[in-house]
Design a protein. Structure first.
Lengths: 543, 198
């Protein structure tokens, strides 16, 4: 947990859950596993607020609890999960992906589950149906069965999963939970069970939900309340109490990674090759594990059969495309055998490494110019070079090459490696070689990205605070306008109310909205880079 | 005699400057005297942001999520600090939460007693949450009691002050209402000069 990560997590927690949760969350992130009393004392927060914040964090999967370090008798300790908090930045991307794959229903389901952390299926279905009904025209409402079918599709493709059962603490006798270790005597010896370790992880509960979405009307409030109470009684009788669902982030990340690889192939080669790679990835979706370096080998015959029907290319052309892909220096596709017309794999790890390398190169190019980028690419390719060799290979005059190298060195993108000729390391008899290590540089850039996003959020909060008075005034006026329009006022009254905001204030508001939109969409874009670098670093960890 | 004949105008170093690329006759860059500025001028402008339907949709999603978070029960606000005196407008303004109680049940109905189900693991988390809720309610009732106690304290203080004032006025042994010191007589006639006094 670096300082930048903790700062960014703090800002995200503050935006989503308030200051109290932010204080508790950052304290846990900085301090590691702690028990309840320690947290309350060190943050000077009343105990009930600490309990509520911990509940919120556990509900969203950002915090785990387990028995203390001193054995089963010690108080429960809580651990915060930095990565999970950083995922909050990517929520819009998850929701948008669900929309492209499963339509509005899927989008709303994923949005609800993301906002609530853990939800039961029946709750989700009812809320989503109500929301969809609200947006539909009068007289139509959404069937529960449609929502249930969208939900089951999401579960089948592993985008949603059951929450892992809680680890047994203390002396609970019955051991019907399949995920916990067999001996209840072993205290927190193993890591807390992940969702994947539960074999029922993707099994839908047997619940029949029949009904339609309810439209919320403001006119008959009292009826709604009575109806609402009755509906609540019905909720409690659904059969899936205790089965909570959460979003499977890893599956979404797999999808994003596949998309990145496909678009890279499309931009480097052409559309047909990207379709071939897309087919290969689709076929190996279920057989590839999360951390696999490459997909399962697929024969050219299988690929030919599974190509989408509108891409009818003949067999020899497919073979040519495949050999082109294999020969490409980016090494997206590799050949692993000759049986079945040629066995081909998609090199996931290498593809990620190449994508990360392209990101690094483009960062250097945008910040320092194309000649520095040339030096950087040269060093990536040739590994170690002396000052003189850099000048020669890059074909840049000595003075400028020296300047650029020193700028890159001061930014830590390039490192100096000393190779002594004599055992006494005399500087006059030592080689000094410039080198670039891809993995540490990627980590450095990732921390820069976290810092960037934190700065963006802070700037947005600052802008909002500066113009708070103006924003409140405009909100009040909008509320007045809405109520006037609802009660049917004349146009003169409306214009009179609208003129309460003067023209310069309107301009200021426009400028403010423009700035905030820019800052927000910049956050989204930086998050795409964060995703690439994180995936690359994660793929190198599990070697 | 040491160092004679080496590059004049620069200090002697133990390694060969040629290796680092600083040849003879080159001048070193000027030394810096202060830390680099907080917002250094950028030599190159950054690439403009992406635009498009996808980007705008995600932007709208992000802003909606931010607004929706404030209404969800997961957004915990501190209790508004009690002001020194209860004001009349408190009855009509209930914006801030009066105490730090939040009325949420984290995803499970609080009153349903579940039959014994094979999912034992869930009961652990449910019992834990139920105990937390009971603690919440206990704290709530404690806070309400505290609130009531504070109110009764304030009410007791006010009659005490009034008693104190009455005691202060009754310095003499005479009952004040019996003795008419003629001040009011003059005051009435000043107000109504038109009417004749009978």
């Amino acid at each position: 947990m670096t300082a930048q990560e903790v700062r960014l997590c703090g800002l995200l927690l503050q935006e989503h859950f308030g200051e109290v949760v932010e204080r508790i969350g950052t304290h846990l992130l900085r301090g590691g596993a702690q028990n309840l009393r320690t947290i309350a004392n060190e943050t000077n927060t009343p105990l009930d607020l600490v309990k509520k914040s911990l509940c919120v964090l556990v509900q969203h999967g950002a915090c785990e609890f387990g028995s203390g370090r001193r054995g089963p008798g010690s108080p429960v300790e809580y651990r915060a999960n930095c990565e999970r908090v950083l995922r909050v930045l990517r929520y819009p991307r998850y929701i948008y992906t669900a929309k492209t794959l499963y339509g509005d229903t899927g989008e709303l389901i994923v949005e609800e589950v993301l906002q609530r952390g853990h939800m039961t299926m029946s709750n989700t279905v009812k809320t989503v149906a109500d929301r969809l009904t609200h947006n539909m025209e009068e007289g139509r409402s959404m069937e529960y069965s449609e929502v249930v079918s969208a939900f089951s599709k999401l579960v089948e493709t592993h985008f949603l999963q059951r929450c892992p059962p809680v680890a047994e603490m203390g002396t609970a006798a019955s051991s019907t939970t399949p995920a916990t270790p067999s001996t209840p005597a072993a205290p927190a010896s193993t890591a807390p069970p992940t969702a994947e370790s539960n074999p029922d992880c993707y099994k839908l509960p047997h619940v029949t939900l029949i009904g339609r979405g309810k439209r919320r009307r403001s006119s008959d409030d009292s009826e709604e309340q009575r109806g609402g109470k009755k509906a609540k009684m019905e909720v409690e009788s659904c059969g899936d109490e205790g089965i909570y669902w959460q979003v499977n982030f890893e599956r979404f990340h797999q999808h994003f990674r596949d998309q990145a690889v496909i678009s890279a192939v499309a931009s480097k080669l052409d559309q047909t090759s990207s379709e071939i790679v897309r087919t290969m990835l689709r076929m190996s979706e279920v057989t590839t594990t999360q951390t696999a370096a490459y997909t399962q080998p697929l024969s050219a015959n299988e690929i030919f059969r599974s190509l989408p029907p509108n891409y009818s290319i003949s067999r020899p052309i497919l073979d040519q495309y495949l050999s082109l892909l294999v020969d490409d220096p980016m090494e997206f596709v590799g050949k692993s055998g000759d049986s079945g017309g040629g066995m081909y794999v998609v090199n996931l790890q290498r593809a990620l490494a190449n994508l990360a390398r392209a990101t690094l190169e483009s960062v250097v190019q945008e910040r320092f110019g194309s000649r520095s980028a040339r030096i950087f690419r040269l060093l990536l390719r040739k590994r170690h070079l002396e000052q003189k060799q850099v000048e020669d290979f890059a074909m840049i005059p000595a003075k400028e090459a020296k300047d650029m190298l020193y700028t890159l060195l001061s930014e830590n993108l390039v490192q100096l490696q000393e190779i002594p000729k004599t055992p006494d390391h005399a500087p006059s008899r030592t080689f000094y070689l410039y080198t670039v290590n891809q993995l540490p540089t990627a980590r450095l850039l990732l921390q820069h990205c976290y810092k960037t996003v934190a700065n963006l959020i802070e700037r947005r909060l600052f802008e909002t605070k500066e113009n708070k008075r103006l924003l409140e005034k405009s909100q009040r006026i909008e509320a007045i306008l809405a109520s006037l329009q609802a009660s049917g006022a004349e146009p003169e009254q409306l214009t009179e109310v609208e003129e309460m905001i003067t023209a310069p204030e309107r301009q200021q508001l426009e400028a403010l909205r423009h700035h905030i939109n820019k800052l927000d969409s910049t956050e989204n874009q930086v998050d795409e880079t964060v995703f690439l670098l994180e995936s690359y670093i994660f793929s190198t960890k599990t070697k | 005699m040491a160092g004679r004949g080496r590059g004049r105008g620069r200090g002697q170093m133990t390694f060969n400057l040629e290796d680092l690329g600083i040849g003879r006759g080159d001048s070193l860059p000027p030394t810096t005297f202060k830390p680099s500025p907080l917002f250094p001028p950028m030599p190159v402008q950054p690439v403009p942001l992406q635009t498009g339907e996808e980007v705008e949709y995600m932007l709208a999603l992000k802003q909606e999520l931010r607004a929706a978070n404030k209404t969800l029960p997961f957004y915990i606000r501190r209790a508004a600090p009690k002001r020194d005196v209860d004001r009349y407008s408190d009855k009509y303004q209930s914006g801030d939460p009066k105490d730090s109680a939040i009325e949420w049940s984290p995803g499970h109905p609080p009153q349903v007693k579940q039959p014994k189900k094979p999912l034992v693991g869930k009961e652990e988390i449910l019992t834990k949450l139920e105990t937390l809720e009971k603690n919440e309610e206990a704290v709530n009732s404690e806070e309400e009691e505290d609130g009531e106690k504070k109110k009764t304290n304030e009410e007791e203080e006010q009659p005490e002050e009034e008693d104190y004032e009455e005691d202060f006025e009754e310095d003499t042994d005479y009952i004040m209402s019996y003795f008419d010191n003629g001040e009011e007589f003059g005051g009435d006639s000043d107000d109504n000069m038109d009417e004749a006094t009978y």
